[in-house]
Design a protein around this ligand. Structure first.
Ligand code: GRF
Length: 216
């Protein structure tokens, strides 16, 4: 049984998708805590309603180092096998990412390495891209960078706004993030430098590490 800790800053819809998949698909894992860096993170209410321990480590008014050292103490009390960043809006230091190397995952709403950072949907539209999407990756010390586990591609329509594109990408995030976490729980991910390969499932079936969604 693996312990999963999920970090959020806001809505927490990816967290909800992972919690639901863990229960519905009977993963050999449990979400042992949902931790937010602000008291008003909307997703905390959902986790509480599910009976999952929730904690807040306030980031405001602290140095990055102090915040992260407090956060790591709280996370480590749950002995996590995997720490999942689900809309956790903090840039992390290399001390923090090294401490969780190989057991820290993130989802970013673009086809990395294109458009790291903020305003990804507007940037993809402005660049005239025909596809965007989402990427689940292991976290390294470089922002929105690291071994790619799974990507989903979504077409960009001529009349897309950042909001409409964001909605359609979020729908595929809810498909790929639980899937990637499940692969980790099943011990099927192998990382060689920046390359992540996926072992077949217990029935010998291979699954693609890509997904086409939202009317592709
Ligand atoms: C998602 O678009 C995710 O890719 C990005 O932040 C957003 C979080 O949404 N990192 P939610 O809090 O999971 O609903």
């Amino acid at each position: 049984m693996k312990n999963i800790v999920i970090l959020i800053s806001g809505r927490g819809s990816n967290m909800q998708a992972i919690v639901r998949a863990c229960a519905d698909e009977h993963w050999s894992a449990r979400v042992v805590a949902v931790i937010a860096n602000c008291h008003d993170a909307f997703g905390l209410a959902f986790a509480q309603a599910q009976g999952i321990p929730t904690l807040v480590v306030e980031s405001r008014g602290k140095t990055r180092e102090l915040f992260e050292s407090e956060l790591a103490v709280v996370i480590d009390a749950f002995s996590p096998n995997l720490v999942v960043l689900a809309g956790f809006m903090r840039v992390l230091t290399s001390d923090f990412t090294l401490h969780y190397a190989g057991r820290l995952m993130n989802i970013h709403p673009s086809l990395l390495p294109a458009f790291p950072g903020l305003h990804t949907h507007a940037s993809a539209i402005e660049a005239g891209c025909k596809l965007s999407g989402a990427t689940v990756h292991f976290v390294t010390s470089v922002l929105d960078h690291g071994p790619i586990v799974l990507q989903a591609a979504v077409p960009i329509k001529v009349d897309d706004t950042p909001e409409t594109l964001s909605d359609r990408i979020l729908a595929v995030e809810h498909v790929i993030y639980p899937r990637a976490v499940r692969w980790f729980v099943e011990d099927r991910l192998y990382v060689d430098d920046l390359y992540v390969s996926l072992a077949p499932d217990i029935n010998g079936m291979n699954e693609p590490q890509w997904f086409f969604g939202a009317n592709a």
